[in-house]
Design a protein around this ligand. Structure first.
Ligand code: SF4
Length: 64
């Protein structure tokens, strides 16, 4: 799995960082940062939850 965020869509709500802090973080700059672009398999369900819950559908997952 590869994780990307469209920063043009992201509203910096921080929801993804709450749902899956191992992968998403809101930086001091106020933007979301991806800590693991290729998260380990045991994080995939959490990453999918974060993507489903994102209010602006900014998180794109490329499943492989
Ligand atoms: S949940 Fe979506 S809108 Fe909120 S910080 Fe994460 S990517 Fe951005």
């Amino acid at each position: 799995m590869r994780v990307t965020v469209d920063l043009d869509l992201c509203a910096s709500t921080g929801g993804c960082a709450q749902t899956c802090p191992e992968v998403f973080e809101i930086g001091d700059d106020g933007y979301v940062h991806i800590l693991r672009e290729h998260p380990e398999a045991d994080l995939h369900d959490q990453v999918r939850d974060a993507a489903d819950l994102c209010p602006t559908a900014a998180i794109e997952l490329i499943e492989s």
